[in-house]
Ligand binder design. Structure first.
Ligand code: NAP
Length: 287
């Protein structure tokens, strides 16, 4: 049996059309959603990510501001800009592209972002709300995008065994919490896990966020499983590939995501969606 391959283009097009419609309605009411992105330094991959975010905003009509700051920008200067944007009523979402240069403390920067504008969902209050539940929170974009893909697979997480490989703050941990919240039985694996294939091959839902090209082979996959590959790795020939050996797993998995094309654009779509959500909340407070 060949797996159902998620059609990134169709899913993203459908979701962004809905977002564009929301943006149009908000704009008519004088509350056009606005996103500010700050990039410090000259990391080429970060520049590509920021350009993609800027373009995605333009495509759906979200107002966007991008600040490309030199590497030598001080932490104080960066935080001063964040505070200015925190107070700007045209900006509903604000993020600093990760990673900042080494002289900047990323945690201090995230702490400075207003909780109600933290559309990346990285601020400790939003992370805490994910654990405890809370009104007006933001969930990190990659894991919430993965949950949307799982919903679209038609596989109901409740009662299923979900295995998450990777335990980073931005993907693995929030992913595990969202799956738990959706009543899955969740196992989290990481670099010290000794029997990865044994655990992964029990998963009805397998989410892989490691950063090792083609780590996951068919022996890691339960027949019929939903396999979501978050990994993005650059091969020596310049091509991108995921953490899952797509060709090897294609006739074992039930659903599978190709890399690139699904999780990356889905993450940006969630960022747009969080920005719209923030604008809706601010409009509700105004009216
Ligand atoms: P990260 O912070 O480097 O975390 C990687 C995780 O994988 C760690 O928990 C690590 O374990 C675990 N790990 C490393 N080697 C392993 C192995 N051999 N077996 C099992 N677990 C292993 O990475 P991240 O930020 O979560 O990102 C993961 C991947 O997703 C990267 O390729 C990144 O580029 C990609 N990504 C894509 C998007 C997107 O929008 N498409 C967004 C975010 C990330 P320890 O904790 O024990 O070190």
């Amino acid at each position: 049996v060949t797996a159902h391959v998620f059609n990134g283009k169709a899913i993203i097009q459908e979701m962004r059309a809905q977002i564009a419609e929301d943006v149009r309605r908000l704009t008519e009411r004088g509350a056009r959603p606005g996103l500010a992105v700050i990039l410090v330094g000259d990391d080429p991959a970060s520049h590509v990510y920021v350009r993609n975010k800027e373009k995605a905003c333009q495509d759906v009509g979200i107002y966007s501001e991008v600040y490309r700051l030199p590497t030598e920008t001080s932490q104080d200067e960066l935080i001063a800009l964040i505070e200015k944007l925190n107070a700007d009523p045209n900006i509903h979402g604000l993020l600093v592209q990760s990673p900042p240069p080494p002289h900047i403390n990323e945690r201090a920067v995230i702490d400075a972002i207003a909780v109600h504008k933290d559309v990346d969902g990285f601020h400790p209050v939003n992370v805490g709300n994910l654990l405890l539940g809370g009104a007006e929170t933001f969930v990190a974009c990659t894991p919430s995008g993965v949950m949307e893909l799982i919903r679209r697979s038609g596989v109901e997480p409740a009662g299923k065994h979900a295995v998450v490989i990777g335990r980073s703050h931005i993907v693995g941990k929030p992913m595990a919490l969202l799956l738990l919240e959706a009543d899955a039985t969740v196992t989290v694996c990481h670099s010290k896990t000794t029997n990865l294939a044994e655990i992964a091959s029990q998963a009805d839902i397998l989410v892989v966020a490691v950063g090792r090209p083609k780590l996951i082979k068919r022996e890691h996959v339960k027949p019929g499983a939903v396999v979501i590959d978050v990994g993005v790795n650059r091969l020596p020939d310049g091509k991108l590939c995921g953490d899952v050996d797509f060709d090897d797993c294609l006739d074992v998995a039930g659903h599978i995501t190709p890399v690139p094309g699904v999780v990356g654009p889905m993450t940006i779509t969630q960022l747009l969606s969080n920005t719209v959500l923030s604008a809706k909340r601010s409009l509700a407070k105004r009216d």
